[in-house]
Design a protein around this ligand. Structure first.
Ligand SMILES: [Zn+2]
Length: 86
């Protein structure tokens, strides 16, 4: 998560209004929030969210368990041992 800048911090590419999907680990649970307003780098795809959006997300993450998720989906997990032996 980064704050808004004029150009991409990573590659200097142009930022345009768009949306992004973010993942957060909370208490051993992976939480995904889609369609978050963001300035997205047209070159590398890095997304920058505003301080205001970031504050909303922080607040939501503290009380997310009070909301019914729109859906659940399975996520594959591998061990480092598997990855290193491939
Ligand atoms: Zn970039």
């Amino acid at each position: 998560m980064s704050i808004v800048v004029d150009r991409c911090d990573l590659c200097g590419g142009e930022l345009r209004s768009g949306t992004t999907i973010l993942q957060f680990w909370r208490g051993g649970e992976l939480i995904v929030i889609r369609d978050i307003e963001a300035d997205v780098c047209q070159q590398c795809g890095e997304a920058y969210i505003s301080a205001e959006v970031s504050e909303h997300l922080d607040h939501f993450l503290m009380e997310h368990h009070r909301h019914q998720p729109e859906r659940y989906f399975a996520v594959p997990q591998y061990s480092a041992a598997q990855a290193m032996s491939a």
